[in-house]
Write a new protein. Sequence first.
Length: 309
Amino acid sequence: MQPALTLRQPSKALIIAAFAAIYIIWGSTYIAIAIAIKDIPPLLMAGARFFIAGLIMYLYSRLRGESTPDTGSISRISLSGVLMLFCGTGSLAWVEQYIPTGLAAIIVATVPLWFVLFDKQGWKYNFSNKWIMAGLAIGFIGVMLLFADKKSIDFSGDKIKLFSIAILMVGTICWSIGSLYSKYKPVMASTGMKAAFQMMAAGLMSFVAGFITGEHHHLDFGAISSGSLLALLYLITMGSLVGYMAYVWLLSVRPPSIVGTYAYVNPVVAVFLGSLILNETINPKQLIALAVILGGVILVSFAKEKNKL
C-alpha cells in the first residue's frame, strides 16, 4: 500500500508554493464560480467540477502506481470530502446566485475561527490562551457587524439573501469539521488518492442534490457560453487539481489553524477581482467587518505561532 506523504519531511519551497496556491488561486475561484453559474446551475456545476477533477486525479495516481485505498478508508475519505467540498464549497457555489462574491468571501473568512472552536484536541491550550480568546471575540464581533449591516442583509426584501448567508455560514462550519476530521482521522493513502475520492464523493453528492432540487430542468447545454465553460475548466484544473491538492497536503504537514489562514487572504483577492471583473461594490461597513474578522484571525494565528517559539 502506498505510504502516506506525512512520513516525509517537506521542503520549505514546496510548503511556500502550496500556501501560494491556496492563498491566490482559491481567492480567484470566487469569481470563477460566479462566471460559471451564469449558464450552469450551481450544484450541477459543482458536481461536474469535483467529479471530473477527482476522476483525473484518481487515474493520474493509478498511473503513478499508487494503490486504491480499502473500502473502510474510502468511506472515511469520502465523508471528509462531502463535508468540505459538497457542504462547504457546494454551498458557496449555490449562494453566489444571490449574494456578491465579496460578501461570500467575508463570511468564509471565519473558517480559522471555527477551526479553533471545533479542534477538540487543542481546546485545553486554545481556551486557556488569552490571545486566542481575544482573537475569537474580535472575529465574532466582525461577524455580528456584518449581520448588522442592513445593506448586506435587507430584511424587508427577498429573504433568500438572508437564507443564503445562513447556508454559507453552515457550510464554513462543515468545511472546518471536515478538515479536522481529515487531519485527525488519517488513512493509509497517498495525498492524490485522498483528494481523488474526496472530490468524486463530493461530485456525486452535488449531482444528486442538483437532480433532487430540479436543476437539470434549467440546464441548456446549447446556451452555455464559452465564458462559463472556461470558468468551469479553471475551477477543475486550478481550483481543484492544484489548489485542493495543495490544501489536502498542507493539512498533513501543518496545523489546521495555520493552514486555515488562507481565509484571510482569499477575501482580499475576491473583493479586488469582484470589483475589477464583475463590477461588484463592497460598502464601507462590509470592509470594516472584513477588517475586524481578519484582525481576529491574525491574532489567533499569531498566538499559535508564538507558542511554537
